[in-house]
Design a protein around this ligand. Structure first.
Ligand SMILES: [Zn+2]
Length: 255
């Protein structure tokens, strides 16, 4: 994809060239633009890749860079893009911000006519946010909800109790204010309620499986993964181990 693909009236997608089992087709970089304005906001510039950076700059002028969270497949290119364009960087984590204060929950007015509501959604990582575009009834979800499959709770930074709370809040929002999810990886989601219900059901199911594995005598996250994630490609087992560790912590705190 060499030119941005329009997904909603104000959001277009540029796919970064970093496909993998964890990143699906690659990272979705989102270009937000008020149709009446020349300048744009870039959400998640992705990995450091010259070709991808050139395409982002070509979609500009870039007035602001936003990060849904600071994992490198989303954030790595942000400092370089800031240098190339002079645009500030805003994120939940102050360490990634340049020239502007960190994201707070609530309304954010970018100078170029783009506005969103920042929703704090810790769980995948502690600094994850989702951005609601009210005019588009669309929600940028980063890695909190993906376009296909499920995501990882990145223990120890990500916590399952936070993640479940975030999913429940997004589910409420999807029932009233959101028709489309614009994820950090994978295709656009047109049935947000169905997907969020699936995410919540999947987490409950995995928790039941992990609880049963512990009862059956598994004592390490790796052993639980071998039993519970037998249906998942082993290439994903190291990531699954983080999710299992998060689930074991969650169960230990409850019981
Ligand atoms: Zn991530």
């Amino acid at each position: 994809m060499t030119v941005p693909e329009q997904a909603t009236p104000s959001a277009a997608r540029l796919l970064a060239p970093n496909p993998s089992p964890m990143t699906l087709e690659g990272t979705n970089t989102w270009i937000l633009r008020d149709p009446g304005e020349p300048g744009c906001v870039v959400v998640d510039p992705g990995p450091l890749d010259d070709g991808h950076l050139d395409r982002i700059v070509g979609a500009g002028p870039v007035e602001l860079i936003v990060l849904t969270h600071s994992h490198l497949d989303h954030a790595e290119a942000a400092p370089r893009l800031a240098e190339m364009t002079g645009a500030p960087v805003v994120a939940r984590d102050p360490a990634w911000c340049r020239g502007v204060p960190p994201l707070q929950p609530g309304r954010y007015d970018a100078v170029v006519g783009v506005e969103w509501l920042t929703i704090l959604t810790p769980g995948h990582s502690s600094d994850s946010v989702c951005l609601l575009l009210p005019g588009d009834r669309a929600l940028l979800t980063g890695d909190t909800v993906l376009g296909r499959g499920t995501t990882v709770v990145s223990h120890p930074d990500g916590r399952l109790a936070d993640y479940l709370d975030s999913l429940r809040r997004l589910r409420d929002l999807a029932g009233t204010d959101v028709d489309t999810l614009l994820p950090g990886h994978g295709p656009i989601v047109e049935k947000p309620l169905v997907v969020l219900d699936f995410y919540l059901a999947h987490r409950r199911e995995r928790l039941d499986q992990v609880r049963a594995a512990v009862v059956a005598g598994d004592t390490t996250a790796a052993a639980v993964v071998r039993r519970v994630y037998a249906d998942v490609d082993p290439v994903l087992w190291p990531a699954a181990e983080l999710s299992v560790q998060a689930q074991l912590d969650y169960l230990a705190a409850k019981e």
